[in-house]
Design a protein around this ligand. Structure first.
Ligand code: ZN
Ligand code: ZN
Length: 268
């Protein structure tokens, strides 16, 4: 088993000690664990802000690097960053992350804010139609693919449906999704299957209809992500995601070390 996306106490929205996260993964017999704490510089520009404490990358990098030594031989541990995309922060994030380029194993490129709005705030959806919610979000994902940053994985496509009062379906925006998937394939970026879903009508993001289309277009790089912020959710729904991925024609999960994918056979 593997898990490519988890959050420790270095993320503002998690209190899970790094040691507890890693020990949980070891006890679950994971072969590979990526810790991917939030670089949320996009929230600095939000117009509907809830103040988000910012990541101290130096302290985080130091802690993961010590943990790599401490847990050597028990698990393959990767130092990752989940970088929240916004147009304003592209350069800021690139400059910051370039100072840690020798430490970083993987970068997840995620959209959490759309046109300077935090889409996790419920009032964001007031009075909006389905198109008014989904079109700007899908455009933001497409735009994020072209950032000048060495990201590896495209995070949780469909995240907005955690709160949106509509289903996020391939059929409704097929041309736009095809454009996103074709660009990802062309650039060699990995599609994340993220099981941190509580409210939407799917067990993971993106849903099976989108993953199926990515495969049809020639997409081969996928990975499993629990996006756990608590020990009980590490590797959550791994078997379900693995089974679905197999059924859709994938045989491997990509796990990144120094930005290089290692291919792990999908077993469940
Ligand atoms: Zn995220
Ligand atoms: Zn996350």
């Amino acid at each position: 088993m593997i898990d490519s996306h988890t959050h420790s106490e270095y993320s503002a929205d998690s209190v899970m000690p790094l040691d507890l996260l890693i020990q949980t993964a070891v006890s679950l017999k994971l072969d590979y664990l990526a810790v991917t704490d939030h670089l949320d510089r996009d929230f600095l520009f939000c117009e509907n802000p809830k103040p988000v404490p910012q990541l101290d990358i130096a302290a985080y990098a130091k802690a993961v690097s010590a943990a790599k030594i401490k847990y050597a031989g028990q698990i393959k541990l990767a130092f990752g960053i989940e970088c929240g995309y916004s147009r304003q922060t592209e350069k800021m994030c690139r400059d910051e992350l370039s100072r840690y380029e020798y430490d970083i194993d993987l970068i997840i490129n995620s959209v959490h804010t759309v046109e300077n709005q935090d889409v996790y705030v419920e009032s964001y959806y007031d009075g909006k139609t389905k198109d008014e919610i989904f079109l700007p979000y899908i455009r933001a994902i497409r735009e994020s693919l072209d950032i000048d940053m060495p990201y590896d994985i495209v995070g949780h496509i469909g995240y907005i449906a955690r709160k949106a009062p509509f289903q996020f379906k391939y059929a409704d925006y097929d041309g736009l999704f095809d454009d996103i998937f074709r660009k990802m394939i062309e650039k060699g970026k990995c599609l994340e299957i993220n099981s941190h879903v509580k409210t939407a009508e799917t067990d993971f993001f993106p849903g099976a209809d989108l993953i199926k289309r990515y495969r049809e277009l020639g997409g081969e790089l996928i990975t499993f992500s629990s996006d756990a912020h608590q020990p009980t959710r590490v590797a959550e729904k791994y078997s379900l995601v693995a089974k679905t991925a197999k059924e859709l024609g994938f045989n491997f999960f990509a796990c990144y070390l120094k930005h290089k994918p290692e291919m792990y056979p999908i077993v469940f």
